[in-house]
Design a protein around this ligand. Structure first.
Ligand code: FES
Length: 158
C-alpha cells in the first residue's frame, strides 16, 4: 500500500497541484493577452494628419494685387504691393469659410464681418481671422506654416 492519499476526484495530490498550477498559468496568460489586445486596439496604426507646413505653389502663381482662395487649405494668399501674406478663411465663430469681399471678409453662415486684416468688424465671431507665416522654399514655392501664427503686419518679400 502506498502513502499517497487519493481524493474523491481520483487524482493523486501532486497531479492535482500540477493541473491547478497549469490552469493558473493559462488563466494568467489569457488575461495578459486580453489586456494587451485591448490596449493595442486603443492605439491607431497610422495617424492621417496632413502636414501643417506645406507649399501652396510658386510665387509666380500669385500675381501682384491678387487674393487667391485655396479651398483645400482653407486659406487666402494675397500678393500686395508690400509682399505676400496668408489669412485663414476659417471663421472664428463656428468655422465656416469666410468670403473675401471688397476690402474685407464676410461669413455666409451668421454674418460676421472682418476688415482687410481679418479683424472683427461685426460679430458674432469672437476673434480675428488667423494669419500664418509664409516663406519661400529653395524651389521658389510659397510655403505656409500653420504652426506659426503671425501678426497682420507680416509680409513676405519674394
Ligand atoms: S460661422 Fe461665421 S459667423 Fe458663424
Amino acid at each position: 500500500m502506498t502513502n499517497d492519499r487519493v481524493p474523491p476526484s481520483g487524482l493523486p495530490d501532486p497531479v492535482r497541484r500540477s493541473l491547478f498550477a497549469l490552469g493558473g498559468l493559462g488563466l494568467g496568460a489569457a488575461t495578459v493577452g486580453f489586456l494587451a489586445a485591448t490596449f493595442r486596439f486603443l492605439v491607431p496604426n497610422v495617424l492621417y494628419e496632413p502636414s501643417r507646413r506645406f507649399a501652396v505653389g510658386p510665387a509666380s502663381d500669385f500675381p501682384p494685387g491678387s487674393g487667391t482662395f485655396l479651398p483645400d487649405r482653407r486659406l487666402y494668399v494675397f500678393n500686395s504691393a508690400d509682399g505676400f501674406y496668408a489669412i485663414s478663411s476659417v471663421c472664428t465663430h463656428l468655422g465656416c469659410n469666410v468670403k473675401h469681399i471688397g476690402r474685407g471678409f464676410e461669413c455666409p453662415c451668421h454674418g460676421s464681418q472682418f476688415d482687410e486684416n481679418g479683424q472683427v468688424v461685426h460679430g458674432p465671431a469672437p476673434k480675428a481671422l488667423a494669419w500664418y507665416a509664409l516663406s519661400l522654399s529653395p524651389r521658389a514655392q510659397l510655403v505656409v506654416d500653420l504652426d506659426q501664427p503671425v501678426s497682420p503686419e507680416f509680409r513676405l518679400r519674394a
